[in-house]
Design a protein around this ligand. Structure first.
Ligand SMILES: [Zn+2]
Length: 78
């Protein structure tokens, strides 16, 4: 299980990104809405959709749930 957060501020493209607590790209605390403790990012995204209709998993910490960036090759894979 991991603790998940969603970014209160949308990306330029309109999505609110979901992050794990351990992500190094976690936004600042006043930008974070706590979602809860979930076994998978898919369940965290489902919870995030109760708050924001347009959500996406972070490319780095929620890669299996990332849709927006994974085909863009805009960041190096780690
Ligand atoms: Zn992240």
């Amino acid at each position: 299980m991991s603790l998940y957060y969603v970014n209160k501020n949308a990306q330029d493209s309109g999505e609110h990104e979901v992050h794990k607590e351990s992500c190094e790209y976690l936004p600042t605390e006043d930008n974070l809405l706590f979602l809860g403790d979930f076994p998978t990012c898919a369940e965290a995204l489902r919870e995030a959709r109760k708050h924001y209709p347009n959500v996406d998993g972070c490319y780095y910490c929620c890669f299996p749930c990332n849709k927006k960036d994974r085909n863009l090759k805009k960041y190096p894979l780690r």
